[in-house]
Design a protein around this ligand. Structure first.
Ligand code: 13P
Ligand code: SF4
Length: 306
């Protein structure tokens, strides 16, 4: 897959305007290389949530998908948060709605409800706590309840269930990008690269996770790569991380487990979109005060527990 560098003049326009408007550009690890080049910080969902919360009442241009920009707004309501592509969504986040939460609450009144950050602001507003791929286990273990409903990702729920004594009730959501990795991809990768460390994202199917050496968030994968010296890596997650690993470790062989997989929503944002966002103040995230207050409780409890 081709890595496209941002045009020098376009980059200068973005950086000049960013300075003038005192904006902070945050980018998820799956964003295009051209976006990472102009961003102030690139990270996983948890790191980006923390950065947004600490950003003061500034202007934040959030390069990622909608649930991430909403999380930034909820954790920092004073900030103006822009999502440069209003159509950058997450199909998994769209699989769960508040009525599902209400129905699960009625069925399991003694259970805590934990929403993966990959969910809408209105879903976060009716759960007890949130989690990300990097802190899900810590959050679940830190809750007082012995029974926890985890939504929307059934694979993250199943991975947490394997590592805790608590009763985990999964929801049937999934990520279409991570579900494309097959057990046979990992078996073949292991055969082709017997010395490699295989790292998978917890959104992959349980059979895939069972075959991996490590299960980690996107930034967790980067941290593990730092710790493994020159050891080859096989990665089961979206292509953006593999591209980032290849750039950070030019001497380390890094392979995708099977074909490279792309999250099309994450790749929608281009450098031009970031310039337009700064020039035309588009597209601001707007949430009701009630949703910000209720969803903020669930997100702040997550930050306290992790
Ligand atoms: P991370 O929090 O691990 O970056 O994951 C976000 C995501 O959407 C993975 O598909
Ligand atoms: Fe959503 Fe999957 Fe894309 Fe992550 S990779 S943003 S979970 S569709």
């Amino acid at each position: 897959m081709e890595v496209v560098a941002v045009d020098g003049r376009l980059k200068k326009c973005i950086l000049d305007l960013k300075r003038k408007k005192q904006a902070l550009i945050l980018a998820h690890n799956y964003q295009r290389a051209e976006i990472k080049e102009v961003s102030d910080f690139t990270g996983d969902s948890l790191e980006l949530s923390r950065r947004a919360a600490e950003a003061g009442g500034s202007l934040i241009v959030f390069c990622g998908v909608r649930f991430m920009a909403e999380t930034a707004k909820i954790l920092n309501p004073e900030a103006r948060v822009l999502l440069p592509r209003s159509d950058a969504g997450c199909p998994m986040a769209d699989m769960v709605e508040p009525f599902h939460v209400a129905s699960l609450r009625a069925q399991h009144p003694d259970a805590a409800i934990c929403a993966y950050v990959n969910s809408s602001a209105s879903v976060k507003a009716c759960v007890d706590v949130c989690c990300t791929s990097s802190n899900a286990l810590l959050v679940v273990k830190g809750l007082a309840q012995g029974k926890v409903i985890m939504l929307p990702d059934r694979n993250l729920a199943s991975w947490v269930a394997k590592h805790t004594e608590k009763t985990i009730i999964p929801f049937e959501g999934h990520c279409y990008v991570h579900r494309k990795f097959r057990a046979s991809d990992l078996v073949q990768a292991r055969r082709a690269h017997p010395d490699a460390l295989i790292i998978a994202h917890p959104e992959c199917d349980p059979v895939v996770l069972d075959l991996a050496d490590e299960v980690a968030s996107t930034s967790g994968m980067l941290r593990i790569a730092h710790e493994t010296g020159n050891r080859e890596l096989v990665i089961a997650t979206e292509w953006g991380i593999i591209e980032q690993l290849k750039a950070a470790f030019p001497d380390k062989p890094v392979y995708s487990a099977g074909a490279a997989r792309t999250c099309f929503n994450m790749k929608k944002t281009t450098a031009e979109d970031v310039l337009l966002a700064l020039e035309e103040d588009r597209y601001p995230v707007s949430l009701s005060a009630d949703v910000i207050e209720a969803a903020g409780k669930a997100l702040r409890l997550m930050l306290e527990l992790s």
